[in-house]
Each structure stands twice: as C-alpha cells, then as structure tokens.
Design a protein around this ligand. Structure first.
Ligand code: AMP
Length: 194
C-alpha cells in the first residue's frame, strides 16, 4: 500500500544526554506509523536513529533504512527495517533519502545530522526541491544554533526568507502536523478530519 506520507528523519547516532530527546524520537516514529506514513532514515540501530525506527516498527509502520556499506557495522545496520538499502557512498545515501521523501525532519543530533539538515536546506533555497523542512528544537537543543542563524541574517549574509524555509517547533506532534500540512498531505494523513 502506498504510504500516506514519507518523512525523512535526520537524527543523532547517539541518544544524547537528556532522555527527553529519546522520548521525542519515539513519539516521531510512533506518529509516522499511526498516521499511515513511512519513515525514511539512515538505517542505523544506534542512538536516536534506532529509537525512531524501533518506535515506527513497533507501531506497525514502514521503515526504509539507507546506509552506506562502510557504516553497516559502525552504526549497526537495522536488520528489522521493512526495506534496508546498503549503498556504496554517503552521497548515494543522502540522494536516495532526499528523493524518496515528502518532507524532512531533523531531531537533535551531532555533525552528521547538522550536515544533512543544512544540505537539504541549502538545496531548498536554491530551488532544487520544494519539500518542507522541520527542525525539532526540543528543550532548547538548537537554541544556540538558531541564535547564530539569526546573527547571519542581522549580519547581512542571509535573508529572513531563508530562515522562513525551515519550520521550527519544540514538540514533535505540532511539527509533524505542520510538515504534513505544508507538503499538502493533510487529507491523505486524515488530519483534516480532526
Ligand atoms: P550524528 O548526528 O553525527 O550522530 O550522525 C547522524 C547520522 O549522520 C549518521 O547516520 C551518520 O552516518 C550521518 N553522517 C555522518 N557524517 C555525515 C556526512 N558527512 N554526510 C551525511 N551524513 C553523515
């Protein structure tokens, strides 16, 4: 069956110091599955990546993992994925993830997460795609980054419209609904009936 929406999630290969971030990752996985969606992610079993995938699978959802061969052991490729694609390069992974989804969501994470998030954001500002992008700023994890990004605007290196290309929220459910809406998929997900 075709999924109601396909969400590409970028997040830490570690769980992070605050258990609240793991809780949010589990909420994201569960929400995707319970709304007929498909999770597309990096295919690892470590950290928030494993938590979001396990939550989606436990709730009966479809999970597509895409992992480069070199990281299969390092990130413990998740063998329980509905589809696990082992690709040759990081570029192939990122391209497949970006092509297959309707929207992007970055949860807390490290430089891998940041790199992926910034890449799809820069692609969006250049018009390479028009998919919604969300950033989950739960418990202020991204406060420092957002403050710096505002500084890039006030310093004249970025226009406010570029900031507006990213949806930022503190709670997963609100952000997920707003991403689905921005992707024009509320009806498919059944959100317009609420
Ligand atoms: P991290 O946020 O650093 O824990 O990494 C999260 C995910 O990003 C992991 O699946 C990493 O494999 C991936 N990652 C790490 N470096 C890069 C990179 N240069 N480009 C894209 N993804 C990366």
């Amino acid at each position: 069956m075709t999924p109601a929406f396909r969400l590409c999630v970028y997040c830490g290969s570690r769980p992070g110091a605050d258990p609240a971030w793991a809780e949010q990752a589990a909420i994201v996985g569960h929400w995707i599955a319970s709304h007929g969606g498909e999770l597309i992610y990096g295919g690892g079993h470590n950290g928030l990546m494993g938590i979001v995938a396990d939550a989606a699978l436990q709730a009966g959802g479809r999970v597509v993992g895409i992992i480069p061969q070199a990281l299969v052991d390092k990130e413990f490729a998740h063998r329980g994925c509905s589809e696990l694609h082992i690709v040759q390069t990081m570029h192939e992974r990122k391209r497949m993830m970006a092509e297959r989804c309707d929207a992007f969501l970055a949860l807390p994470g490290g430089i891998g997460t940041l790199e992926e998030f910034f890449e799809v954001w820069t692609w969006r500002q250049l018009g390479y795609h028009d998919k919604p992008i969300g950033l989950l700023n739960h418990r202020g994890y991204y406060d420092g980054l957002l403050q710096f990004l505002q500084q890039t605007v006030s310093s004249g290196f970025m226009g406010p419209w570029q900031m507006d290309l990213v949806q930022i929220d503190q709670t997963a459910q609100t952000l997920l609904k707003s991403l689905v809406q921005a992707a024009g998929l509320s009806r498919a997900v059944g959100l317009d009936q609420i």
